[in-house]
Design a protein around this ligand. Structure first.
Ligand code: GCB
Length: 603
């Protein structure tokens, strides 16, 4: 059995110790660590904060831009009383891949930079003593990895990474690292599907344990009062007079699973569960049977110093700002976010479109420097053989893991399987046919599945939209095309394209629209990059959305300014934020706040 995707929590049968903090760190400048046995212990190290991206900590540009391996080391004390438990080391994520050794012995390796993974320690650790943990993290990308990118190697061996996406390729141990002690017989997985029957809520569930002992379930309300019970590994529990999980008004029950032997509790796992339904009906998306209008943003996990490292302070600040501005939803562009983000979304009632890290499936789309210097070839992405043999395998893996990790979150109402793949190419159709067919087998909640369509595959050119339940459009009329004085025409062109998409009969969400804006730059009359232009741009877009009945949501790009690769199109990063990178409002934030306060969640 591979390691469980259940989030680690302390219960009467389980123990969790967070071993994040300051670890030893070494950049493998000459790519020698694997051959020279650094797994046994590092010498000549510096220090590194875990979790964080290592890139923005140092003053040395070579470290920020390093392509290849970096090494981490720490010591962990394993309590002697854990001898009778299964002891795991669990990483919230390592971007983009990692191998972990404990006392020189490999315990786990993982590919994919945004998912948790764990390794079993029982056979390699000394109980009641300190044990050495060494991790190598690698950040290289190519056409077969998820996300995609390419590397240019100079004659002296120096590697430069060109991501095929518009955010900095932050790397390292981005989320907490924990030791987890589990009973030998434990709850391995829980899957729930919720439904509403009149005033009652129904939870269909399936539980996998690592043994054969009996399973009982208590459903607790928010006052921790048991409101229903059940037993067996598979079944259905009805909650009378249920409190629904609603956008902006979340109610969470605890689905508490116990493995028992008579009166003895062998294991105990509490899963937060929100009762809600999601379905697509004609050109509407219904949450709890009512048509929902998405207001919010595409975000990033990004902040000063931490890079993409999980930062609980910024996470909380972001939720405060989302609430202040009247946002009811976000898309986790362009990768799965930290589990703690998802938990907060469950708790606060923030609706989430959950995205895989499949971004960059278009050669050079956002890699402006490379495009300018010809660092990459201009072959169509889906014309490459390896895309249909290797990339697709990694893509399916990324989808499988995302659904395993996030399937039970009530906040997740839709899965976004890729961002802006080049769906103008014929060869993208068979690829995505397989991807959608595969993904559809994984979600027992049968939530809508989609991808974001990009502006080079407009209505009439896109070969993939028939597989999507909802049309997600990333559109920049008035920025990348028809910008500045052409803005009034941009709006009309956009309206026309929307009419085309509306003819599919499917709901449409504008999943990106935005204009780069330097906070504090003012100009009357406006020019592009000024705060005035950003607001005129938004007004024009909103007029286009309001002209089309099928539009059921708008997620402005981006919530906040964020770091990208250097280049002539970016001024120290992407500046399309409604908020600055330090989370202060631009003028546009007030405009959005006013608009969103006047659009009901359900309409
Ligand atoms: C897009 C991408 C996003 C970019 C954005 C932009 O279409 O999905 O990653 O950051 O455009 O600002 O260019």
């Amino acid at each position: 059995m591979k390691n469980s995707f259940l989030y680690p929590v302390d219960t009467c049968t389980r123990r969790v110790v967070d071993i994040s903090g300051i670890w030893k760190f070494k950049v493998d400048k000459n790519n020698e660590g694997r051959a020279k046995g650094w797994k046994d212990g590092l010498v000549d190290t510096t220090l590194m904060a875990v979790p964080s991206s290592y890139n923005d900590i140092f003053t040395d540009k070579d470290i920020r831009e390093h392509v290849g391996d970096v090494w981490y080391e720490t010591e962990v004390f394993i309590p002697v009383e854990w001898k009778n438990f299964n002891v795991d080391i669990r990483f919230g994520s390592a971007t983009h891949r990692a191998v972990v050794w404990v006392n020189g012995i490999e315990v786990v390796s993982h590919e994919g930079g945004y998912m948790p993974f764990s390794g079993r320690l029982n056979d390699v650790v000394k109980f009641g003593e300190k044990n050495k943990v060494v991790v190598v993290v690698n950040n290289e990308l190519d056409y077969t990895t998820i996300p995609c990118g390419t590397i240019k190697t100079y004659e002296d061996g120096k590697k430069i990474l060109f991501p095929f996406f518009d955010f900095f390729n932050y790397s390292g141990l981005h989320r907490q690292v924990k030791l987890v002690a589990l009973p030998k017989e434990s709850v391995y997985d829980i899957t729930v599907k919720t439904d509403i029957k009149g005033k009652d809520g129904v939870i269909d569930y399936e539980i996998i344990t690592t043994g054969n002992s009996d399973v009982i379930i208590d459903i607790l309300d928010e006052d921790e009062k048991v409101v229903e019970t059940g037993n067996g590994k598979k079944g259905s529990i009805t909650i009378n007079d249920v409190n629904l999980w609603k956008p902006g008004n979340a109610y969470l029950y605890t689905f508490n699973v116990k493995i028992v032997n008579g009166d003895t509790v062998i294991d105990d796992y509490p899963l937060p569960v929100g009762i809600r339904t999601v379905e697509v009906k004609e050109n509407r998306i219904l949450i709890n049977g009512e048509p929902f209008y998405f207001k919010g943003f595409g975000k990033h996990e990004d902040c000063e110093y931490h890079g993409r490292g999980y930062n609980p302070v910024v996470n909380l600040r972001d939720f405060e700002l989302l609430n202040w501005i009247g946002a009811n939803s976000v898309r986790t562009a362009h990768y799965p976010y930290a589990e703690e983000f998802m938990q907060m979304a469950d708790r606060k009632g923030l609706v989430v479109i959950d995205e895989t890290p499949a971004v960059g499936m278009f050669d050079m789309l956002n890699n402006f420097i490379a495009a300018g210097t010809g660092a990459g070839k201009k072959t169509g992405f889906f014309d490459r053989k390896e895309v249909h043999t290797k990339t697709i395998v990694n893509h399916k893996d990324a989808i499988r893991e995302l659904l395993l990790r996030d399937k039970n979150h009530p906040c997740v109402v839709m899965w976004c399987l890729a961002n802006e793949p080049d769906t103008s190419q014929d060869a993208s159709a068979p690829y995505f046919k397989q991807i959608f067919e595969y993904a559809k087998t994984l979600d027992i909640q049968n939530r809508p599945m989609t991808f974001t369509n990009f502006l080079m595959a407009p209505f009439g050119k896109c070969k993939v939209h028939e597989y999507a339940d909802v049309i997600l459009l990333n559109r920049y009329y008035g920025w990348y095309m028809q910008g500045g004085p052409e803005l009034p025409y941009a709006k009309e062109i956009f309206k026309k394209e929307l009419q085309g998409w509306a003819s599919t009969g499917k709901p449409i969400i504008i999943s990106e629209y935005g204009a780069d804006t330097m906070s504090g730059v003012h100009k009357l009359p406006s020019v592009m990059w000024s705060e005035e232009y950003q607001q005129e741009y938004l007004n024009a877009q909103h007029e286009a959305f309001d002209s089309c009945d099928n539009v059921v949501g708008e997620q402005m790009w981006n919530f906040a300014d964020f770091q990208t690769t250097e280049g002539i199109m970016r001024v120290n990063g992407n500046k399309k934020g409604a908020f600055t990178r330090t989370r202060q409002p631009k003028g546009a934030a007030y405009l959005l706040k006013e608009r969103w306060n006047n659009i009901p969640d359900y309409n």
